[in-house]
Ligand binder design. Structure first.
Ligand SMILES: [Cu+2]
Length: 609
């Protein structure tokens, strides 16, 4: 009798193990989609770019899993035929396009979406296929956006969520670790050693996407052409408003389900320029993700996002949480544009009379403009994935400033940003060559101007080894003294003494008259951008291109990369729509089955004898 019972248990355990294995060996799903990109007008005649007729300045949300394949066809109808035919570089830029998948790393250079660098530009009436498989290690919150002219602020953008088991488990473990905690305190969350992940009810956690973006009343193209790129044009046009989830309106609501105990928010700054501040009145924000990197849960009260940055935050609701006020501040030249939205349960009474202008963003609890690069520590597995070692193989220095002298104006017909005395378009023609692939490099970025800029790295995540808070000046590897140098040395000591890992991400604010030290490991050959994500600034030259060489066949000697082969702009034959097939590697399954059977039988034999 005992024997039969044990056999039943054995068979059941075996089934469980096998089920998991088969699931894990499944090939990803193939998603085929088409983006028809065209210009539309808002009711008050503001021209914007719409994807597939969407009525807002965001296209459809793409939600896939790690390992899935995307076949995305983009059809460009941004301009009229007449506009596209204009013999004018600014018009040509706006009428052609290419799509960048922001933060999706690793992704081959040919899918990075940089017109005339990683792909041919998609002209008026032309189509282009983006066909790639998302790496198994890529997971989290991302976005896609145009990388031509100032199109994305006009609407050529959207959210890309890549789901995976590690992310879900991390959410569940964090929920389990804070579920019995009465009062959450800012700082690192103490995680339970053994987490009862399986026992958690999925419905308890309600996921919402919160996109934050600045907004300009006038058509971006006009602002660019008539103001920013004019002879007397400044660097930052006046910002007119802020969008939450694409909406200009204030006091909008997001419904909470009646059984929601936790909110899981994916917060994204997908704007053109303004740093965004995010706060929930009376609630702590447990940060779980920085730009596609899972981190040790860290609690803050107010979140600050540079353009391009994404965070996942978990919010533990209280029994009486029927109404939660969301406060958003969009940073403009002087001060903030302030908005409030509401999360609410059906039976809640909304106090819409509360005025967001009463809120002083700078007085929000925990408000800071400083990046938390010492606190937002990646999970160990994430650090391992990147494989960044303690010392760099080489260090590069990039110094940027804004030039509006007569000579610059004569040459570029407007003031320009330059990095090491060259503009972005000059780097497009002649990238900085990094010596080798599979090496660790430090990039020192020095701000010689007084403004804050959100820098974004293509094709790589970076570790933030050191970062100034603003005003301490530049870091020069040959000078080795001064405030910035002392801060840098202090950070190096900190990492050595604590054994902690610096924050890892792909976008970061660098303060004015300051510096950053970003560490990367070159893994993918190609030409990659490192640029300010304020589109106006990029149009005025603020970015560089660096080239990672491909290893030669013997794996050591670097060779110069050849131009990428583009067969055609027409639909790729591999992109034919077909139903999803879940391939199961039968021989592997059988082999594992036999091994498990043998192990279990052995264990039972040992137990019973
Ligand atoms: Cu900038």
């Amino acid at each position: 009798m005992k024997c039969i019972f044990l056999k039943v248990v054995q068979a059941f355990m075996l089934m469980l193990i096998l089920f998991e294995f088969i699931e894990a060996t499944e090939e990803g799903t193939l998603y085929v989609m088409e983006f028809n990109v065209m210009s539309e007008y808002t009711p008050d005649k503001r021209r914007y770019i719409s994807i597939n007729g969407y009525n807002e300045t965001y296209g459809p949300e793409i939600r896939v899993k790690s390992g899935d394949t995307l076949n995305l066809k983009l059809n460009n109808w941004i301009c009229s035929e007449e506009e596209a035919a204009k013999d004018d570089a600014i018009w040509k830029d706006y009428c052609s396009t290419a799509l960048h998948f922001h933060g999706v790393v690793p992704l081959a250079n040919e899918f990075d979406g940089i017109p005339n660098l990683t792909q041919p530009t998609i002209g008026y009436g032309e189509s282009y296929w983006y066909n790639f498989t998302i790496d198994k290690s890529t997971c989290g919150t991302f976005w896609y956006h145009a990388h031509s002219s100032v199109q994305y602020g006009d609407g050529l953008r959207g959210i890309l969520v890549i789901e995976c088991k590690d992310y879900d488990d991390h959410v569940k473990k964090t929920v389990d670790s804070v579920t019995d905690v009465d009062e959450l305190v800012s700082g690192v969350v103490t995680m339970k050693r053994k987490s009862n992940v399986k026992g958690l009810a999925q419905h308890e956690v309600q996921e919402e996407i919160i996109t934050l973006s600045d907004w300009y009343t006038d058509w971006n193209f006009e602002i660019l052409k008539d103001r920013v790129l004019s002879l007397t044009g400044g660097t930052d046009p006046k910002l007119d408003g802020s969008l939450i989830n694409g909406k200009y309106s204030d006091n909008e609501t997001i419904k909470l389900r009646s059984d929601t105990n936790y909110l899981l928010l994916r917060v994204i700054n997908s704007g053109m320029s303004g740093t965004q501040v995010f706060h929930l009145d009376g609630f702590q924000l447990i940060i779980l993700e920085t730009d596609g990197i899972l981190i040790r849960p860290f609690i803050v009260q107010t979140l600050t996002l540079a353009v391009g940055q994404r965070y996942t935050v978990l919010v533990k609701l209280k029994a009486e949480s029927n109404v939660i006020r969301m406060v958003n501040g969009c940073n403009k030249m002087m001060g903030y544009i302030t908005k409030q939205w509401w999360f609410y349960k059906d039976n809640a009474h909304l106090r819409l009379s509360q005025n967001p202008s009463d809120v002083r963003i700078k007085l929000l609890p925990g408000y800071t403009k400083t990046e938390l690069y010492r606190d937002l520590e990646p999970l160990q597995e994430e650090s391992k994935k990147l494989g960044i070692k303690a010392d760099p193989d080489a260090t590069f220095e990039f110094n940027y400033a804004y030039y509006k002298d007569e000579q610059t104006k004569l040459k570029y017909e407007t003031g320009m940003y330059k990095v090491n005395n060259r503009t972005y378009s000059e780097y497009l023609k002649g990238p900085v060559s990094l010596p080798e692939v599979n090496k660790t490099y430090d990039m020192i970025i020095n701000a010689l101007d007084h403004m804050r800029h959100p820098w974004h790295m293509h094709g790589h995540h970076f570790q933030v080894v050191s970062l100034g808070t603003g005003g301490e000046g530049q870091l020069y590897k040959d000078v080795q003294e001064g405030k910035a140098w002392d801060l840098y040395q202090n950070d190096l000591r900190h990492w050595a003494q604590t054994g902690k890992t610096p924050m890892i991400r792909d976008s970061i604010n660098i303060a004015g008259n300051s510096y950053a030290v970003l560490r990367i490991k070159t893994e993918l050959p190609g030409k990659w951008l490192l640029h300010c994500h304020v589109d106006w600034h990029m149009m005025k030259g603020l970015g560089i291109v660096f080239e990672v060489p491909a290893a030669s066949k013997n794996g050591t000697e670097p060779v110069t990369t050849e131009p990428l082969p583009y067969s055609t702009k027409e639909p790729n034959p591999s992109a034919v729509v077909h139903s999803v097939v879940a391939h199961q590697n039968k021989s592997k399954v059988i082999a594992v089955y036999i091994i498990i059977m043998a192990a279990i039988d052995g264990a039972f034999y040992w137990l019973l004898m």
